[in-house]
Design a binder for this molecule. Structure first.
Ligand code: 6GU
Length: 240
C-alpha cells in the first residue's frame, strides 16, 4: 500500500520508522511519503494560514499550498482516475482527519486496509479552506474521518492512530494473522483478559480453567468473559 501524508509537522511521523510499521516499510509492504505543506509555499514566511472570511476566531489553512501538494501526490498515482468525478475505486482515497467526519472504527480500518493508495491531509488551526475538499473531490474519493468525540489540535495524532490500525491489517504486517482475530472489536466484543506464567503471582491466581487443557471449556469461558466485559463497559456495542 502507498501512503502519503501532508502535514506541517513532517518530523512527527519519524516514529513510523520503528516497530511493526517500520518493518513493513523495510519489506516494501508499505510505501510511505511524508510531505511538508510548507514546501509548497512561495512567500518568505512559508505561510500556510490566514484569517477567516466572515470573521471569527482562529486561522484557516490557505488553499494554494494544499492544491500544489495534492497535485503532485495525485499526479504520481499510476491508476488513472477516469471515472466520473474522478472517483475511480482503484484510484487514491484522500482522508482528511476531522472531528466533523465519520467516526473511525475497526470496520473502517479493515475497509481502508484494502486500499492501494491512501492520502492523509493533516489540518491545523481552525481547519482547511472548504474549497480544498471540494476540489479534491473532483479528482479523487474524499472522506472526512474523526477519531471520536473530542478535540485535538490537529490531524497528526489522529492520522498516526489510523495508520497504525490500518497498517497492522495489511497481510504480512502482523507476523501471526491469528493474533488479529482474537482482539477487541474484531468480533464486535471486547477481548477476554489474558494471563501468562507464573500461575500464582502476589497472591493472585490465574483462573484454573485456563490451566485445564480443556480447549472447548476455555473457549466458552473466554466468550463469557467477553460478553460480561462488553455488557459492563460498552453496552452500546451490544445494541442491534
Ligand atoms: Cl480526526 N482531528 C482533530 N483535529 N480532532 C479530532 C479528530 C480529528 N478526531 C477527534 N478529534
Amino acid at each position: 500500500m502507498r501512503i502519503d501524508i501532508v502535514t506541517i509537522f513532517p518530523e512527527f511521523f519519524d516514529v513510523l520508522d520503528i516497530s511493526l510499521l517500520g518493518k513493513a516499510r523495510q519489506s516494501g509492504i508499505i510505501d510511505l511519503g511524508v510531505h511538508n505543506l510548507r514546501d509548497a509555499t512561495t512567500d518568505r514566511h512559508r505561510t500556510v494560514d490566514d484569517t477567516p472570511y466572515g470573521g471569527g476566531a482562529g486561522m484557516v489553512m490557505k488553499p494554494e499550498p494544499w492544491g500544489e501538494t495534492l497535485d503532485g501526490i495525485l499526479a504520481s498515482d499510476s491508476e488513472p482516475t477516469d471515472a466520473p468525478g474522478g472517483t475511480s475505486e482503484d484510484g487514491p482515497l484522500v482522508i482528511f482527519p476531522s472531528p466533523a467526519g465519520d467516526v473511525f472504527t475497526q470496520a473502517m480500518a479493515r475497509e481502508l486496509s484494502a486500499e492501494k493508495h491512501l492520502v492523509f491531509g493533516c489540518g491545523r488551526y481552525e481547519g482547511i479552506d472548504q474549497r480544498v475538499f471540494d476540489h479534491t473531490a473532483t479528482r479523487a474519493r474524499v472522506r472526512l474521518v474523526s477519531l471520536g468525540d473530542y478535540v485535538l489540535n490537529g490531524g497528526e495524532v489522529a492520522v498516526m492512530a489510523m495508520i497504525e490500525a490500518i497498517g497492522r491489517l495489511i497481510p504480512g504486517v502482523v507476523g501471526n494473522p491469528h493474533s488479529l482475530v482474537e482482539e477487541s472489536h474484531e468480533d464486535g466484543l471486547l477481548e477476554a483478559p489474558s494471563y501468562t506464567k507464573p500461575a500464582s503471582w502476589r497472591g493472585l491466581e490465574v483462573p484454573p480453567i485456563l490451566l485445564s487443557g480443556n480447549h472447548g471449556a476455555i473457549a466458552a469461558w473466554r466468550r463469557e468473559q467477553q460478553l460480561e466485559r462488553t455488557r459492563r463497559v460498552r453496552p452500546d456495542l451490544l445494541q442491534p
